[in-house]
Design a protein around this ligand. Structure first.
Ligand SMILES: Nc1ncnc2c1ncn2[C@@H]1O[C@H](COP(=O)(O)OP(=O)(O)OP(=O)(O)O)[C@@H](O)[C@H]1O
Length: 241
């Protein structure tokens, strides 16, 4: 069997007395789209921080394309193809939308200026932001800030895209458009891990689900089986078995 694109191996992270991830292990095959569910505070965003290098595990490792990347800083992981959107958008507010993307393309994907411009025009188009290209990022609506968050991640030319709750607050129509965008990104060969509370949108995209509770893997499997499982009904959805 070929090496997974991403593998977390018993990754634990503690803040004081709080064990935020607890020997968390899972893997992602190349080309796969994996959904992540779990209650608020379960440790999902921290898991992304461990993958991107924003946070180092106290114990455990992160492997990417077979390499132990645990010691690497976020910039090196980004250069290797790990891109990420943040749950709370934090664009470079005083720069235009296009400039935000160019920064991602030049510093994240190490493109030269000309290549970066060409790439970012495509990203604007793909994310529905072309008409906002020259607007200051700090003046965008929430919807467009979310689009920009996705666009900034794409600007870095990720092979692995980590999406953190990008569908929250969208109308049904907007969520459908987002699903189409993510499907198109996948069709280009990008592997995806998507943390999302908007379950309908998530299920429209992912091949497999994992559920995290108290920082540990509660269950994993095909979406239908996971959604019907007793653990998920009890813990995630608050329904008694
Ligand atoms: N830097 C930090 N310092 C202290 N505690 C933290 C830190 N980062 C996260 N936590 C705590 O760790 C727990 C898990 O947070 P995390 O953001 O990973 O959860 P989550 O599953 O992504 O939650 P949500 O669905 O609400 O976004 C929370 O109790 C949070 O307050």
């Amino acid at each position: 069997m070929s090496e997974p694109l991403l593998r977390l191996h018993q990754a634990s992270k503690r803040y004081g007395a709080l064990k935020v991830t607890d020997e968390l292990s899972f893997s992602l095959a190349e080309g796969e789209a994996l959904g992540v569910l779990g209650p608020n505070g379960a440790g999902k965003s921290t898991m992304f921080n461990l993958i991107t290098g924003d946070v180092r595990p106290d114990v455990g490792q992160v492997f990417y394309a077979g390499e132990d990347i645990t010691p690497l800083p976020p910039s090196a992981r980004c250069h290797k193809g790990i891109g990420r959107s943040y749950q709370v958008p934090h664009p470079l507010a005083g720069m235009t939308v296009f400039e935000n993307l160019v920064v991602g393309a030049m510093y994240g994907a190490l493109l030269d200026e000309e290549e970066a411009y060409e790439h970012c025009v495509g990203v604007l188009d793909r994310t529905g932001l072309s008409h906002r290209a020259n607007q200051l990022a700090g003046t965008l609506t929430l919807l467009d800030r979310k689009r920009l968050e996705l666009a900034r991640a794409l600007a870095t030319k990720p092979k692995l895209l980590l999406l953190d709750e990008i569908a929250g607050g969208l109308t049904d129509q907007e969520a459908k458009a987002l699903v189409c965008t993510i499907d198109a990104i996948r069709a280009d060969g990008v592997s995806i891990v998507w943390i999302e509370h908007v379950v309908n949108a998530l299920l429209a995209v992912v091949d497999r689900l994992i559920v995290i509770n108290f920082g540990a893997l509660l269950t994993e499997g095909d979406p239908e089986t996971v959604m019907a499982s007793r653990e998920v009904r009890e813990v995630y959805m608050g329904i008694e078995a």
